[in-house]
Write a protein that binds this ligand. Structure first.
Ligand SMILES: CC(C)(COP(=O)(O)OP(=O)(O)OC[C@H]1O[C@@H](n2cnc3c(N)ncnc32)[C@H](O)[C@@H]1OP(=O)(O)O)[C@@H](O)C(=O)NCCC(=O)NCCS
Length: 393
C-alpha cells in the first residue's frame, strides 16, 4: 500500500493546490517566469504597466493596447474625494499597511463594476486598483504629515508619479526607472501567502476588492512583505556595529531570524535579489551612500557562512534583503516599503483573482476547503456534558 503523504502543519510546502498560467518558479535554479518570460528580461526591457498588462491578459500588449491601458490608469488615478476626507479622520500613527487594507473596501464601494462578474469588469477593477494604490499611499503619507495630497502628474511613469505624489519632488528619470524595475520584480510570485489569500477569498465568489483586502493583510506580516521594513530596521541598527559576524552568530544562537534571508521556495539566491543588489550598489555610488551596499553585503556574507556552518546552506538573500536599502536611498519612509510591494503585487493578485474566478487554468471554479485533523477535547459523538456555570471547576 502506498504511504499516505503527510501534508499537515507544514504550511502547505510542496503541496500543489492549483494550476496556474501566470507565473513559474524553479526554486533550485533561481528562475522566475511571468507568462513565459524571464523576470530578468522583463526588468531590463519592460515597464511596470506593460508587465501588469502581460499578467492580466496573458500576452505582451501591442503599442495601441499598452497606450490604452496607460490612459485608463491615468484616468483612474483620480481617487474618489470621500476617501481622502475619510483618511483625514484616521489616526495619524496608523500603519500604512492597515490604512491600505482598510481603504481597499472603500475603493470597492466606489467602483461601478464591483459586482459585475465578467472578465472585462474584473480587468477594469484591476486597472483602477493598480492606478489607485500608489495614489492612496502617497496621499496617506502627506495627510499624516499635515499636508494635502498632490494631484497626479501623468507625464511621469507609474513609478515616477508615485515618487512625485509622495514627496512633491519630480524624480530624475533614472530613479523613476529604478523604482519601475522594482515594481516589475515584485509583480507576481506564484502561490505566495498573499496571492493564495486573494485566491482563497474569491473562490467563495466574493468580489475582487474582498480578495485584495485579504491579500494586503497577508502581505503585511514580517515573514512575507513586511520583511523589507524589518531589513531596514536591521541595517539601521547595525550601521555602527563593528562585529557583524558576532551579531549574526548571536542572532542565530538566540533563535532569531535574519530578516530578508531564506525562502519557502528558493533554495538558491532569489533572482530578484541579484538584480536589487546591483541596484543598491549603483544607487549608493550615485547618491554617495555606498555604506548600505557595504553593510548589506557584510551581513549577507556573514549570514551565508554561519548558515552553512549550521547545515542550512540553502538560506540566501531574498527579494526583501536588497529592496530595503534601495527604497531607503530613494527617500521612501520605512513603513511605506511594504505598501510599495503591494503597489506592485496588486498586478499579480488581480491576475490570479481573474484566473481563479474564471477558471482560466482549470476546468471549473472550485471553492477552497481543505480539511483538518481534530486534536481537541473529545467526549465521543454525543458531545461532552454541558454543566451549569456554577458547577464548573
Ligand atoms: C521566509 C521563510 C519563512 C521561509 O522559511 P522556510 O525555509 O520555508 O522554512 P522555515 O521557516 O521552517 O526554515 C527552515 C529552517 O531555517 C531557519 N531559517 C530560515 N530562514 C531563516 C532566517 N532568515 N534566519 C534564521 N533562520 C532561518 C528556520 O529557523 C528553520 O530552522 P529549524 O529547522 O532549525 O527550525 C524564512 O526563511 C524566514 O522567516 N525568513 C525571514 C523573513 C523573510 O525574509 N521573509 C520574506 C520572504 S520573501
Amino acid at each position: 500500500m502506498a504511504e499516505p503523504v503527510r501534508v499537515k502543519n507544514i504550511g502547505l510546502r510542496g503541496v500543489t493546490v492549483a494550476d496556474t498560467k501566470i507565473s513559474f518558479i524553479d526554486g533550485e535554479q533561481g528562475i522566475l517566469i511571468y507568462r513565459g518570460y524571464r523576470v530578468e528580461e522583463l526588468a531590463e526591457k519592460s515597464s511596470f504597466l506593460e508587465t501588469a498588462c502581460l499578467l492580466l491578459n496573458g500576452s505582451l500588449p501591442g503599442a495601441a493596447e499598452l497606450d490604452a491601458f496607460s490612459r485608463q490608469v491615468a484616468v483612474a488615478r483620480q481617487v474618489p474625494e470621500f476617501l481622502f476626507e475619510s483618511l483625514k479622520r484616521w489616526p495619524g500613527e496608523a500603519h500604512p499597511m492597515d490604512v491600505l487594507q482598510a481603504s481597499l473596501p472603500l475603493l470597492g464601494m466606489a467602483d461601478p463594476d464591483l459586482f459585475a462578474e465578467t472578465r472585462d469588469a474584473n480587468v477594469r477593477m484591476a486597472t483602477r486598483l493598480i492606478a489607485r494604490i500608489p495614489v492612496l499611499m502617497a496621499a496617506w503619507h502627506r495627510i499624516r504629515n499635515g499636508r494635502e495630497p498632490l494631484p497626479p502628474d501623468d507625464t511621469l511613469s507609474h513609478a515616477g508619479n508615485f515618487l512625485w505624489q509622495l514627496s512633491g519632488v519630480r524624480p530624475d528619470e533614472e530613479m523613476a526607472r529604478d523604482l519601475d524595475i522594482c515594481l516589475i520584480l515584485h509583480a507576481d510570485h506564484t502561490f505566495n501567502a498573499s496571492t493564495f489569500a486573494c485566491r482563497e477569498v474569491v473562490s467563495t465568489r466574493a468580489h475582487m476588492y474582498a480578495g485584495v483586502a485579504a491579500g494586503a493583510g497577508a502581505l503585511s506580516g514580517s515573514l512575507h512583505g513586511g520583511a523589507n521594513a524589518e531589513v531596514m530596521k536591521m541595517l539601521q541598527e547595525l550601521e555602527s556595529e563593528k562585529d557583524i559576524k558576532g551579531w549574526v552568530k548571536g542572532q542565530l544562537d538566540k533563535g532569531q531570524k535574519i530578516m530578508g534571508m531564506g525562502h519557502a521556495v528558493y533554495k538558491t539566491t532569489d533572482p530578484r535579489a541579484t538584480f536589487l543588489k546591483e541596484m543598491t550598489y549603483r544607487l549608493g555610488k550615485k547618491l554617495g551612500q555606498e555604506r548600505w551596499h557595504q553593510l548589506s553585503t557584510d551581513i549577507e556574507d556573514a549570514a551565508v557562512r554561519e548558515f552553512e556552518k549550521r547545515g542550512k546552506a540553502t538560506i540566501k538573500p531574498n527579494v526583501d534583503f536588497y529592496s530595503a536599502p534601495v527604497y531607503h536611498m530613494m527617500g521612501i519612509p520605512g513603513d511605506l516599503f511594504t505598501p510599495v510591494f503591494a503597489m506592485s503585487r496588486i498586478a499579480g493578485w488581480c491576475a490570479h483573482i481573474i484566473e481563479e474566478k474564471f477558471a482560466e487554468a482549470q476546468e471549473k471554479p472550485m471553492l477552497y476547503r481543505p480539511s483538518t485533523e481534530y486534536v481537541g477535547n473529545y467526549c465521543g459523538l454525543m458531545g461532552c456534558s454541558y454543566g451549569p456555570i456554577e458547577k464548573r471547576g
